[in-house]
Design a protein around this ligand. Structure first.
Ligand SMILES: Cc1cc2nc3c(=O)[nH]c(=O)nc-3n(C[C@H](O)[C@H](O)[C@H](O)COP(=O)(O)OP(=O)(O)OC[C@H]3O[C@@H](n4cnc5c(N)ncnc54)[C@H](O)[C@@H]3O)c2cc1C
Length: 1356
């Protein structure tokens, strides 16, 4: 039976049962047959066959062919090069008169006519097109016909002109056609003119444009223009076509640069031969140097020719006094990326060999090598990293030296220009600052850094000026180190507006008497050197010498001196800790003096990976000068702001840096002398102050306010140092992998989104294998990818179900397949008709003793499985829950492993109908998951695919419960639910992290006399809404931690057949799942509101988080249904109170019923609410009294079940009170543990009581009506709550930093770590497809007719 027949049969059966035969008619065979006609046309290999009869029969069968289907057919025919059939269909369409012909139809036909019948016919056809139908697409087709040949230039130009006149030059395509034609004719001036026009009219270059232009430059061998334009292309991230790269390579060859040609061929797939050919040629013609090797190796590696690269590497005879480690590094980093450990080992040996060959005896490097080879106990992965890093200890860079005293200004400016173009770095000597002053500055600087820490901390950096302690700053935020190993002191302007706005802090004269005077003297001197230098830099940029004065840059400039001390030792050798990690400077120029200790390195090409670092030694008495980002912006990238860093060299190092940056109000705008038509401005104009703000940490002030050790809090949050380290490492791994990018998720169609899920899962699995991640690490990796996927169900439900319910034999068979993902499984329990009520499931599994098989069947439509994640499109297998029937008796719900799809071609197996249930709430969100439906039509499976750990069916069909206790199932349930509670704390903390950071960045109202406005986090209402959620995040974290312990406890007890605590553990996990997920879902929405309007943007991260999270309130048990289970358990416990049965675990407090029913809270003042006993007693009294009241009310009913139904709402409230007590008590218990780290416990204490008192305030009605507290005590609790908010306020940002979420994981513009919210919101807005064009698609059809009042004649 074919698949369609099966489907039809199945549908018939289900529809017959549901008595809706009318539906069946529309599912009939007619439309299916009709659907087949067009596909027959496309697949018919006879090119000459006439298709009109087929089209007519199609028309008859379906009565009215849809225009969209017909257009689809024509497109398919065109795409498969069946032009004559396509033209016939297109003509037929025109002749039918029943279709609404649109301009696109004409343009398609025009294209076909030109292709098949030639240009003359096409021109005739064009003329026959009604004028109002000649839109952009028609003209663009005509133009592309003309631009195919050089002799039609006149017509092409006339058509192009006509398009300009009609306002049709809004897209790149017509420009591309003309550029390509002009290119063939070598009319370079015309090409440049068109590029200019595109820029002026804001038509963005697309890939064909840039490829065309580059080809024109390459063909005409305009190397310089080609390179300049290529820089622009690289910036735009536009991909070059193979043909373009080859043309460029050829241009290089023609101009004699074989090396560059080799480099280019590295980017063209399949060019290995050409690379070898050129390499041989190169070797014949030139004396091969390290550069040549570097080029050919990186090209071969790009072409994935690792073996070839290894051979070339073998040939390499290093030159120079030092082994250039960047060459082996190329191979090393590839081995590292591919996880080729043996090769890494061999490479390390080969480096040693090369070194010996060179008789290289430098002790330091030998030591490094030995360390690497012996391994010092490091893992291979770390070894490789270390090798690469050490190898980056580069060769020495010889920088030009500028003599500032030279009277030859023009030639000095020339030298500076050259230095800025090539390096962005140079030396300046003879600057006029005396050696004696410099010595004094260093001496005073040492004096300051030698002060006791308390003295230095008293001058802690405020408003950018003052002291920053060791590791307080990390210039490269992507590193995992705790911070850069340096301490520093900043001072700035001595006079002017900036000096008033940012006053300097000076060490006390009593301690360092001549300090301030020396520093002020140096400041004045170095500022005047900076001004002089900027005059020369202006000349170097072809500007007037006083250009920077005129544009206001030097009018009260932002000029800051920074004194630095790098200690000799770093705290740990196995994490990447730098003196100053890789960065570029923000401003105009930086002037550096050092004490001669090396360490400074520069990387001249930041786009090349791995970075090549070169040492920059100090020259006594000379400044090392470098260009900053703002100068790079002015110079349109011609002058480089070079990446640099300071390596730890095992020796204390001092330096003095002077940053000369423009006045904050100066507009930094691309210089005319640095841009041209083909090299347009790369950066938009920006005020210097705004740029600096963009680059710095907007939340630094908030972080400085923290009164506790954030690093220690991170460990407490993670649960242990080990957990923190794993989580931190894997989060960064995911964040740095482009495959796991997710910032564009909202813009993907459902299909694209789903495919991206498949890609991410496959890539994750690959990385897990390559990096040999263990179970914990693999779980974290999947978690940080942060995209709901079939793997969640495979690992989270399918595998645990087999583990929990399968026999040992079954586990052996199925888990070995599942663990390697040779099969993918899901958990198919819920049906269309029943979810919460599992006993109501209708799918049957009937044992057939004749064949020793179970027959799995979907008897009704409502019995269809509906919802299981991963079922729709991916799973090959499922654990299916069905009613077991044997010997005519129904034994209730049991699990069965059923194969759903072929392991060969993934098609569903016979008699199985499976698919996706459709799009779910939100953009992106859960739509990455294929939640599915599933129907069985008497599908047979072997008997041994019933999960038989708890009960089995014998060969004869006898149902036999096993001696394994049923309660075992509870163990799995506790496991799954504790994971859900842990997830709640994560989702809640994510939302709170976003809302807290944004509340600190956002300012509204409150500005006085031009001062700054109030941060919204300072409003008490904001605190009152936000801080309880922050406290809840911590509360849920700790209760989750406790649940983890509970799971271990339950497992141990089960193993010892101790079932006494099981019902209590089961009820408590059910209640906590319900409580935490409900609170989290509500909290995410509250956080959205706390972020005002911007919270509603997808890029705030909150809408998607909400959409992904809310189903947690429903899956794994509807939250209300779960609370009712808790309530049943509570009623049972209350009923047994007098019976001598002692309540256990979280219900132990009920054993003190006598006391709790009559006690009165002893709270007399606000601080008493910080007493754990007072808080616990109030919560216990409230929970117990509510439960007892319910029990009393229940006893009034004769029929208990009827009473239960009547009191459902009260029962849920009582259950919630009990669960809240559990969370509060576990938070208090956490505080009794030994928690280290400065101020950490204090913060947790504050949060604990915020959580408890907020609940008390929220449920005041319960507390008052049960007389657990008095109104006066309630008011004292409120006072205490307010005081706690004030204590948390300065720590709020640090408390969310302690979650240690990467920006990738948060995926929120509002929650960015650096708080740089506004420019990034704009960036996101520009990415939206609606902003692809300034005039929207649809303007001509639907907007213009409205605006021009032409609705009557418009074709809508
Ligand atoms: C995103 C998502 C993923 C899922 N993944 C899976 C999966 O992988 N595998 C799987 O098998 N299932 C899955 N499910 C299904 C899920 O487990 C069920 O939807 C869930 O158990 C709730 O059952 P229900 O849909 O029958 O709700 P219902 O029980 O129909 O709930 C409807 C309403 O009735 C109320 N209600 C129901 N019973 C009572 C009662 N006794 N007393 C008072 N009120 C009551 C509920 O509180 C709710 O308000 C998924 C669901 C979602 C949303």
């Amino acid at each position: 039976m074919c698949k369609t027949q099966i489907l039809q049969q199945h549908a018939r059966r289900i529809l017959a049962q549901s008595n809706r035969s009318c539906l069946f008619r529309s599912y009939g065979t007619v439309s299916a047959a009709a659907q087949n006609l067009p596909s027959r046309i496309v697949t018919d290999s006879n090119q000459n066959a006439h298709i009109t009869p087929v089209l007519e029969s199609w028309q008859k069968q379906v009565h009215q062919v849809k225009p969209s289907d017909l257009r689809g057919l024509i497109k398919n025919l065109r795409d498969s090069n069946q032009f004559s059939k396509a033209l016939e269909a297109s003509k037929w369409m025109g002749e039918q008169k029943v279709f609404d012909i649109v301009p696109e139809d004409y343009s398609a036909r025009l294209h076909l006519v030109e292709n098949l019948l030639g240009l003359e016919e096409a021109e005739k056809f064009f003329k026959s097109i009604p004028k109002n139908m000649r839109d952009y697409s028609v003209y663009a087709t005509l133009l592309s016909s003309y631009t195919k040949s050089e002799d039609r230039l006149d017509k092409a130009e006339a058509t192009f002109e006509k398009m300009r006149e009609l306002g049709f030059l809004l897209k790149p395509s017509p420009f591309n056609s003309m550029i390509s034609l002009y290119g063939q004719l070598q009319k370079l001036d015309m090409v440049e003119k068109l590029v200019r026009e595109m820029q002026e009219t804001k038509v963005e270059c697309d890939s064909p444009t840039v490829n065309n232009i580059l080809r024109v430059y390459a063909d005409t061998c305009k190397i310089k223009a080609m390179e300049t334009f290529k820089t622009f292309v690289d910036e735009q991230g536009i991909k070059l076509e193979g043909g373009t790269i080859v043309a460029m390579a050829k241009a290089y060859l023609r101009s004699g640069s074989i090396e560059k040609a080799i480099e280019m061929y590295g980017n063209v797939e399949g060019s290995e031969k050409e690379v070898y050919r050129l390499w041989d040629e190169y070797k014949k013609e030139t004396k091969v140097n390290d550069n040549g090797y570097r080029t050919v190796l990186s090209s071969l590696l790009k072409l994935d020719d690792i073996q070839g690269a290894e051979k070339v590497y073998e040939e390499w005879k290093p030159e120079g006094p030092k082994l250039d480690m960047s060459i082996p590094s190329l191979l090393l980093s590839r081995y590292y990326a591919e996880g080729m450990e043996m090769k890494i080992d061999q490479m390390v040996k080969s480096i040693r060999k090369k070194r010996y060959e060179m008789h290289f005896k430098k002790i330091k490097e030998r030591l490094i090598l030995r360390r690497v080879i012996v391994g010092m106990g490091l893992k291979v992965e770390q070894m490789a990293k270390e090798t690469i890093r050490r190898s980056e200890m580069g060769t020495t860079l010889l920088l030009p030296i500028i003599d500032l005293s030279s009277p030859e200004k023009i030639s000095t400016a020339q030298l500076i220009r050259q230095a800025c173009l090539e390096h962005g770095f140079f030396y300046v000597k003879n600057h006029g600052i005396s050696e004696e002053l410099v010595e004094r500055v260093f001496k005073e600087s040492k004096g300051f850094f030698n002060l006791p820490l308390e003295e230095k901390m008293a001058l802690l950096r405020r408003d950018l000026l003052g002291y920053t302690p060791l590791y307080a700053e990390k210039l490269d935020p992507s590193l995992s180190s705790i911070g850069d190993s340096k301490e520093s002191f900043y001072f700035g302007s001595l006079e002017g507006v900036l000096a008033q706005r940012y006053p300097n802090q000076w060490p006390s004269e009593g301690i360092l008497p001549s300090w301030r005077q020396t520093m002020e003297c140096y400041y004045k001197n170095v500022l005047s050197v900076g001004r002089k230098l900027l005059g020369l830099i202006a000349l170097a940029l072809d500007l007037e010498e006083d250009f920077f004065e005129k544009v206001g840059a030097l009018n009260d400039p932002t000029a800051v001196v920074r004194l630095l001390r790098y200690p000799g030792e770093v705290i740990s050798s196995d994490v990447e800790t730098y003196g100053a990690s890789a960065h570029s400077d923000y401003g105009m120029v930086t002037l550096l003096l050092t004490d001669g200790v090396p360490g400074l390195q520069v990387c001249r090409d930041k786009s090349k990976h791995p970075h090549i670092w070169e040492d920059v030694p100090a020259i006594k008495g000379a400044f090392i000068v470098n260009i900053g980002d703002m100068m790079e912006r002015w110079a349109n990238g011609l002058f480089r702001s070079t990446l640099h860093r300071v390596m730890p060299v095992g020796k204390e190092r001092y330096s003095v840096v002077f940053f000369l940056d423009p006045n904050p109000d100066c507009n930094v705008k691309c210089l005319e002398s640095c841009c041209s038509e083909t090299c347009p401005p790369r950066f938009p104009p920006i005020l210097a102050g705004d740029y600096i703000k963009e680059r710095i940490d907007h939340l630094a002030d908030e972080r400085n306010k923290a009164e506790f050790d954030v690093e220690e809090m991170k460990i407490v949050w993670a649960g242990s140092r080990h957990a923190f380290e794993v989580s931190d490492r894997i989060a960064r791994l995911v964040a740095s992998d482009p495959v796991f990018e997710k910032s564009n998720r909202a813009r993907l169609s459902r299909k694209e989104l789903f495919k991206s899920t498949l890609r991410k899962c496959a890539h994750a699995f690959k990385r897990i294998i390559e990096l040999r991640l263990n179970e914990e690490e693999a779980g974290k990796l999947r978690h940080f990818i942060d995209q709901p996927a079939y793997v969640d169900l495979h690992w989270g439900m399918f595998v645990p179900a087999i583990k929990g319910q399968g026999t040992e034999e079954q586990q052996k068979k199925w888990l070995s397949l599942a663990s390697k993902m040779q099969i993918i499984g899901c958990y198919a329990q819920t049906e269309l008709g029943h979810g919460s009520n599992v006993q109501g499931l209708e799918t049957t599994a009937t044992f057939d003793p004749k064949t020793d098989e179970f027959v799995i069947h979907t008897p009704t439509q409502t019995a269809s499985k509906w919802w299981p994640g991963g079922l729709g499109k991916v799973s090959t297998h499922a654990v299916v829950y069905a009613r077991l029937i044997t010997n005519g008796k129904d034994y209730g719900i049991h699990g069965f492993i059923v194969q759903l799809r072929s392991l060969e071609d993934h098609s569903p197996l016979p008699n199985i109908t499976v698919g996706d249930i459709g799009t779910k709430m939100g953009n992106g969100a859960y739509n990455s998951m294929d939640n599915g439906f599933l129907m069985f039509d008497h599908v047979r499976i072997p008997r041994d695919q019933m999960l038989m750990r708890l009960s089995k069916v014998t060969r004869e069909g006898k149902y036999v419960p096993s001696d394994v206790p049923k309660q075992l199932v509870y163990g799995t349930m506790v496991y799954v639910r504790q994971a859900i509670v842990a997830d709640a704390s994560i989702a809640l903390s994510r939302a709170v992290c976003i809302a807290t950071r944004y509340s600190a960045v956002r300012r509204q109202f409150g500005a006085h006399n031009g001062g700054i406005e109030t941060q919204v986090i300072d409003y008490k209402t904001q605190q009152n809404r936000l801080f309880p959620l922050l406290a809840s995040a911590y509360a849920f974290r700790f209760v989750g931690e406790w649940l983890k312990w509970l799971y271990t406890d339950v497992t141990e007890r089960l193993a010892a057949s101790d079932f006494a605590t099981l019902p209590e553990a089961h009820a408590c996990t059910a209640g906590l799942k319900s409580l935490t997920t409900t609170a989290t879902a509500d909290a995410i929405e509250e956080c959205r509101k706390l972020c005002g309007g911007h919270g509603y943007l997808w890029c705030s991260g909150l809408p998607e988080l909400f959409a992904v999270y809310v189903p947690a309130c429903t899956y794994e048990g509807d939250n209300v249904v779960l609370q009712l289970q808790v309530a049943r358990f509570l009623m049972k416990t209350v009923a047994q109170l007098g019976s001598g049965k002692v309540p256990v675990g979280t219900t132990a407090y009920m054993g003190r019923a006598a006391h709790l029913l009559q006690c009165r809270s002893g709270v007399q003042k606000a601080e008493d609410w910080l007493n754990p006993d007072a808080v616990l007693e109030a919560f216990e009294a409230r929970a117990l009294r509510m439960a007892v009241t319910c029990a009393k009310n229940l006893s009034k009913f004769e029929n208990q079940e009827q009473g239960f139904q009547e009191l459902l709402a009260d029962l849920v409230e009582a259950a919630i009170a009990h669960c809240q007590l559990i969370v509060v008590s576990k938070f208090i218990a956490k505080l009794e543990q030994d928690i280290g780290g400065k101020g950490v416990k204090k913060q947790l204490n504050n949060l604990c009581y915020i959580y408890a008192l907020y609940l008390l305030h929220k449920h005041l009605g319960d507390f008052l009506s049960t007389n657990s507290i008095t109104p006066k005590q309630a008011s004292l609790a409120n006072d205490q709550l307010r005081s706690l908010y004030s204590q948390v306020r300065p720590n709020a940002v640090a408390l969310v930093d302690a979650f240690n979420y990467t920006d990738h994981y948060l995926n929120s513009v509002l929650g960015r770590y650096d708080g740089n919210v506004y420019p990034k919101l704009f960036e996101e807005a520009w990415k939206d497809p609606l902003n692809d064009s300034v005039v929207p698609d649809g303007y001509h059809e639907y907007l213009r007719p409205v605006l021009k009042q032409q609705l009557r004649t418009a074709r809508l």
